[in-house]
Design a protein around this ligand. Structure first.
Ligand code: SER
Length: 317
């Protein structure tokens, strides 16, 4: 990776991934691609090149790739699960038509492409505990349908045209920088904001609902280390199960209470979020990622909780 384009650079993952890539590969070599209305701000804006890059516009992507001699594209443009249910056509347009644009540009200009999939690519028929790498993927949400299609289309471009496509299936990502918008796992971020602000947290997900989660520093490592991996070792490509932890609302609540003993949580279950969560795995088997490219997350629930609370306390001081 020498010259990198991040599409969706102002989103939840993109904003931190762009900064991490700039740290590792040089500020000038990482272009923050954004859409109108979501312009980069602060450090993201001033620390390196930025370019308007709408994933639904192939010519625009191609112009940025040519101008900056891009060899690697991180394509992070997507709608999260709950929003995708209210805007299914837009979710498809961004997630699939957009990916097609990226893959075509990559094929013509010889770029490697990372496009994340998700735990949402599984469905109710998938084994829920220790979900295998290769298993049934029949999701019923538009988010899940678009993620399975992402995996298949990315593999297609690899086998048919030799495009170097690679991806992980991200679980819920927890971070203290850019909040997520409209996902099923967002509660695991929101709970920290309530805790630090001294407010009661009203949880939209039922007690006993387990989902895989990951702290942002590990998510960034996953995205970068997979793209750096020796291709001869990759049996899979699109996309690898990766996880750091699996918990239900009670477990994260009790972990936060170790640091903020008077923190209160109540439940008001959101039926849409709950039905999506019920169809997702309780825990993933990520042994293929560990074996094929050395995936090894650093943060467990307790270490993440400590760090999240420290960082958010500084933010709200
Ligand atoms: N965080 C995503 C969501 O909840 C899942 O990958 O939509």
């Amino acid at each position: 990776m020498k010259n990198i384009l991040v599409i969706g650079a102002t989103g939840q993952i993109g904003s931190e991934l762009t900064m991490e890539l700039r740290k590792r590969y040089g500020n000038e070599n990482v272009v923050a691609g954004y859409i109108a209305g979501a312009e980069p701000k602060g450090e993201l804006k001033v620390s390196g090149p930025c370019a308007i890059t709408d994933v639904t516009d192939a010519t625009m992507i191609e112009n940025v790739v040519k101008e900056h001699k891009i060899d690697t594209i991180y394509n992070l443009a997507a709608l999260l699960s709950v929003v995708a249910e209210s805007k299914p056509m837009l979710a498809w347009k961004i997630g699939i038509d957009g990916l097609w644009n990226v893959l075509e540009v990559a094929r013509i200009h010889g770029c490697a492409v990372f496009t994340p999939s998700s735990i949402g690519s599984f469905g109710a028929d998938t084994p829920h505990v220790n979900t295998p790498q290769d298993t049934i993927q029949r999701p019923r949400t538009m988010y899940g349908i678009s993620k399975v299609t992402t995996e298949l289309l990315s593999d297609y471009y690899h086998t048919k045209y030799g495009v170097d496509t690679r991806a992980v299936r991200f679980p819920g990502i927890i971070s203290n920088v850019t909040p997520p918008g409209g996902g099923t796992t967002d509660y695991a971020v929101d709970i920290f904001y309530s805790a630090v602000k001294g407010e009661e947290f009203v949880c939209p997900i039922q007690e006993g609902t387990f989902m895989d989660m990951m702290y942002m520093p590990d998510a960034l490592d996953a995205a970068i280390n997979l793209m750096e991996a020796d291709p001869s070792k990759l049996i899979h490509r699109n996309a690898f199960n990766v996880t750091s932890m699996s918990f239900d609302p009670e477990m994260i609540y009790k972990t936060i209470c170790k640091y903020i003993p008077d923190f209160k949580m109540s439940y008001q279950v959101d039926p849409l979020k709950q039905s999506i969560a019920n169809s997702w795995p309780d825990s993933l088997d990520d042994s293929c990622a560990r074996k094929e490219w050395g995936w090894n997350p650093k943060y467990c629930l307790d270490a993440m909780t400590k760090d999240m609370l420290e960082k958010l306390r500084l933010k709200f001081k």
